[in-house]
Ligand binder design. Sequence first.
Ligand code: G3P
Ligand code: CA
Length: 225
Amino acid sequence: MLKIGHRGAKGYEPENTLVSFQKALDMQVEGIELDVHLSADGEIIVIHDETIDRTTNGKGFVNNLSLHELKTFPIDGKHQIPTLKEVFDLVNQDCFINIELKSYEATDKVVSLIEKYVTKKGWKYDRFLVSSFDWNALQQAAFLNDKIPIGVLTETDLDLALAFAKFIQAKSIHPHFHLLTKENTAKIQEKGLQVFPWTINELEDIQKIKVFNVNGIITDFPNRI
Ligand code: G3P
Ligand code: CA
């Protein structure tokens, strides 16, 4: 049962920051999950929302601000918004990185950055897992490089996600945990796919989902798994 830290270790540190990812590593996670958007100047930015309003002291859309401008708005008064490259360098292959594409436009750049770390730094493809609710983005990632592991996100339709995952030869399905039963978990696994539900935080829910023998759990509290 793999521990996957949601937005790092969101239960303990500000989400999608380097300290949050370090906290997850300190908790011996096998994977971290994070979210990406593009800045106005085309940098891959690690942030959940399409604006900086909720998580920083600034306002505006990520894709209207340059990397330099984004770096001037602190999270919780002291943390900078990280780039995806900064997270790769921090993690340094110590766990796999589940990159959730929050915008289709980020797809090509994320694939290129992964390829750079594989070809220039010798990282293994299994250190990455690209997921999205935007299945067009996943199809594009699979088309650009069929070695990159893909995770199909769904919060509504497990059967459709399974059919699509088979079609693009994905590695895993990432369902909202309320969609899962022991039976449908087994059905997905019989088709050769792994199951990584999100975002499971309460001990009671963790215990319930563990009985289904999922392959991993995405959680804000990695030490609870
Ligand atoms: O990747 C699973 C989960 O993070 C999807 O929802 O809103 O937390 O990005 P959200
Ligand atoms: Ca996410």
